[in-house]
Design a protein around this ligand. Sequence first.
Ligand SMILES: NC(=O)c1ccc[n+]([C@@H]2O[C@H](COP(=O)([O-])OP(=O)(O)OC[C@H]3O[C@@H](n4cnc5c(N)ncnc54)[C@H](OP(=O)(O)O)[C@@H]3O)[C@@H](O)[C@H]2O)c1
Length: 256
Amino acid sequence: MPTPLPLPLSGRPAVVVGGSTGIGRGIADAWAHAGADVLVLSRSEPTGPGAEALRWAPLDLTDRAAAQRQLAAATEGDLRLACFSAVHYGDRRALFGDAPEDEWRRQVDVNLHGLWLTLAAALPALRRTSEAGLFLGVSSEVVFNAGPGRSGYAATKAAGAALLNSVAQEQDPDDVRIVQVLPAGMVDSPGIRRRRPGGFDYSDYMQPAQFGAVATELALNASTEQHGASLVVDGGGKWRPVGDEAPVSQSRRTAS
Ligand SMILES: NC(=O)c1ccc[n+]([C@@H]2O[C@H](COP(=O)([O-])OP(=O)(O)OC[C@H]3O[C@@H](n4cnc5c(N)ncnc54)[C@H](OP(=O)(O)O)[C@@H]3O)[C@@H](O)[C@H]2O)c1
């Protein structure tokens, strides 16, 4: 009987913060499918097809002190791959004056400070590996398109992208490569479904699994040129640098 070939990411330790659902889950599943040893961190455990291939540890980014401890524990050993995809969208789109301060604080805690905590924990571990580690941030078109009814989401995502771009300029790509990915359109995820009415038609939405190819390719072959780049992923799972064509705004007008 021939010995099976090793999987391309065989045994590579990975963490995916916000990998229980949505795009983070698509990335976690793809890395695990390619053989990586993937630890998902989120409030709820991954369920459904593929969940058996993922390890999980609880993490609630709104509890800053506990989150710092949990992220430190998750990154204390070897680490080759890290992804940050956690998000708090808010219950609904709301104009600035109608958005409660609690919502804003939660968006800062999850979308921005959560990224800061993840970078602080993961970067030293990713830099320790013999080959360059990869930090993958999940970005959004809103970083490039301000829009009504989502000022907190837009502000925290734009600040998160700036944080990653700045840190990328401080890092040697021979030690760690930092890349951001964002969808060309809307993605069907539990977080988005919570904000849509029953019976909504998702047929033109992308699927989280469409991030699998770019995540696996970057895990294997992220180039030094891709360090600091933002890549737009389309419905066919193909990707291009964001500078080639500005991503289309997904903002809708809100009733005032
Ligand atoms: N969906 C889209 O159309 C779209 C478009 C552009 C960009 N994005 C970006 O894609 C990323 C993922 O969004 P998504 O819509 O695909 O996924 P999602 O289904 O909303 O998943 C969000 C993830 O964040 C985790 N999370 C939420 N609150 C958390 C907390 N307090 N502590 C720890 N983890 C928390 C969730 O896990 P638990 O609930 O288990 O904690 C889940 O794993 C986000 O960065 C978003 O900005 C999405």
